[in-house]
Design a binder for this molecule. Structure first.
Ligand code: SF4
Length: 413
C-alpha cells in the first residue's frame, strides 16, 4: 500500500566529534584546514561520517580537510553517485593513502546490504534492506514500459522504520514504530533499486513505510540529494502524507516543484477518524485549508489519495461527498483511488471492480480528475509493511538464519 505520514524526530549523531581522528595527511594543511574542518563538520552534523547524501561542494571541502586537492571531492562525488561504489576501499580512482585516511577517521559510504527480495510476475520487486542496526525497511521498484519501449522505473521509498500513526488498514502501522531514517538510508533505497534493475530510477514516491512529515528534515535532505546529486527531476518526486499538523505549511515554504500527495481516505471527519486515528489531531477542514495554501504557494497541484475499503468508504454517496469537499476547497484537484490490498488479520476487504468504477465515474462526472492505481505485484501477496513484518518479528541480531527461505511473502507498494 502506499503509506502516508510522520513526527519530527531530530537526528542524534551517533558518532561524537571526538571520534573523528585527524588524518595523517592533514598535518601539512592544518593551519588552513582547521577552519574548514569546523565549518564542514558543522554542515555534516546531521549525517556525520557518511558520504552518501553529501553534495559535491561538501565533498570538496572534505577532501581539503584531508589535505587533498578539491578535485578529489569531485571524484568522490562521481564514485558515490555515478559509479555507485559502495565501499571506500573500492574507490580505485583515489590514492590509497586518502582511502586509508577516510576509513581511519570513521568515514563510510553509507550503503546497506539487500537482505531479501521478492519479485512479482509483473516485474515489481520488493526489497528488504538491512540497516546498520539490523532493522529492516521495505523499498519497492516498479517498472512500467511505455508504448515506445522505454522504461519508467519508480522507487517507492520508506522514510521511517515502521510507523507510529497506525492507520487501521495498514500493515506498516500494525508492525509498530522503531525510528526515523537518516538521509542516507532514504537515498540508498533509490540506489539499491537502480542496482537491482540495472536502470536509472525515473520517479521517486515517498509512500513506503512511515509518515514522511514526521521525518521532514531527513526527507528534505534526501530530496535535495536525489534531485541534485542522483539527478532525479523534482517533478518526478512525490511526497505523501496522511496529515501532520503544521508540516504541509513547512513543506510549502521550501517551494519544491514536487507533488504533495495527501491521503484522505474519507470525505468527512467522522469516517476519517475511524480509518486514520491520527486524524483526530488534524481536522479535515484544517488539512484542506493547508492544501489550498500549498497550491497557492507552490502552484503545484495537490494529489489526494483515497484507499477504497469495501463497504466502508466506497459508495457513490461517499464519492459525491468527496467531490463536494474538494470543490469547496480548491480547484485543480486530482484523486488517486487505491483499491485496498488485503492484509492478513485486517477487517477490511477489497472493493468489487464495479464499485471502484462507479466511485471513479461519480468523481469524474463532477469534474474531478481521477486515476485508479493498478495493484502491482498482487500475485506475490501485497501491502506495504507486510514483508518487513514477516521478517522483523524476530530482530535480526546475527547473520541470517535462513530466513531467506521463507519466501512466500509480499509485494507491492
Ligand atoms: S500507518 Fe501506514 S498508511 Fe498510516 S501513515 Fe503510517 S505508513 Fe502511512
Amino acid at each position: 500500500m502506499i503509506a502516508t505520514s510522520m513526527a519530527v524526530i531530530q537526528h542524534v549523531c551517533s558518532a561524537p566529534l571526538a571520534r573523528v581522528m585527524l588524518p595523517r595527511s592533514l598535518v601539512f594543511s592544518r593551519s588552513r584546514g582547521l577552519s574548514i574542518l569546523s565549518a564542514t563538520r558543522a554542515s555534516h552534523a546531521v549525517s556525520q561520517q557518511v558520504l552518501l547524501g553529501m553534495s559535491e561542494h561538501e565533498l570538496q571541502q572534505l577532501a581539503l580537510e584531508f589535505g587533498q586537492q578539491s578535485y578529489r571531492g569531485k571524484q568522490l562525488h562521481h564514485l558515490i553517485y555515478k559509479r555507485k561504489v559502495k565501499e571506500i576501499e573500492d574507490f580505485s580512482h583515489l590514492p590509497q593513502a586518502f582511502r586509508n585516511d577516510l576509513q581511519e577517521a570513521g568515514w563510510k559510504v553509507g550503503r546497506s546490504p539487500i537482505y531479501h527480495t521478492v519479485t512479482a510476475a509483473d516485474g515489481t520487486v520488493k526489497l528488504l534492506i538491512k540497516l546498520e542496526d539490523n532493522r529492516l525497511i521495505e523499498t519497492v521498484g516498479i517498472p512500467v514500459e511505455d508504448d515506445k519501449g522505454s522504461m519508467r522505473l519508480t522507487a517507492c521509498v520508506s522514510s521511517q522504520v515502521g510507523c507510529p500513526l497506525r492507520c487501521s488498514f495498514c500493515a506498516t502501522g500494525k508492525g509498530g514504530f522503531s525510528r526515523n531514517l537518516k538521509r542516507h538510508e532514504i537515498i540508498e533505497q533509490v540506489l539499491a533499486i537502480e542496482e537491482l534493475f540495472k536502470n536509472r530510477v525515473t520517479n521517486v514516491v515517498f509512500m513506503g513505510m512511515g509518515e514522511p512529515m514526521l521525518n521532514l528534515n531527513s526527507v528534505l535532505e534526501a530530496h535535495r540529494c536525489l534531485n541534485k546529486d542522483v539527478q532525479i527531476g523534482q517533478r518526478m518526486i512525490t511526497i505523501s502524507t496522511v496529515g501532520v499538523p503544521n508540516t504541509i505549511r513547512k513543506l510549502a515554504s521550501h517551494k519544491l516543484q514536487s507533488t504533495l500527495a495527501v491521503s484522505l481516505h474519507a470525505p468527512n471527519q467522522k469516517l476519517r477518524e475511524a480509518i486514520v486515528p491520527s486524524a483526530k489531531s488534524y481536522p479535515l477542514d484544517a488539512i484542506m485549508k493547508d492544501c489550498r495554501d500549498y497550491f497557492l504557494d507552490t502552484s503545484r497541484r495537490v494529489s489526494f489519495e483515497y484507499a477504497l475499503l469495501a463497504g466502508v468508504n466506497d459508495t457513490t454517496e461517499h464519492a459525491v461527498e468527496l467531490a463536494q469537499l474538494l470543490h469547496e476547497w480548491g480547484r485543480g484537484n486530482h484523486v488517486n483511488l487505491i483499491p485496498f490490498n488485503p492484509i492478513e488479520g485486517s477487517e477490511y476487504q477489497r472493493p468489487h471492480r464495479k464499485a471502484v468504477a462507479a466511485f471513479a465515474a461519480a468523481l469524474e462526472s463532477r469534474k474531478i480528475t481521477v486515476s485508479v492505481r493498478q495493484t502491482r505485484g498482487l500475485d506475490a501477496s501485497a501491502a506495504c509493511g507486510q514483508l518487513r513484518n514477516k521478517f522483523q518479528k524476530n530482530p535480526l541480531l546475527a547473520e541470517s538464519e535462513n530466513l531467506q527461505s521463507q519466501a512466500d511473502v509480499a509485494v507491492a507498494c
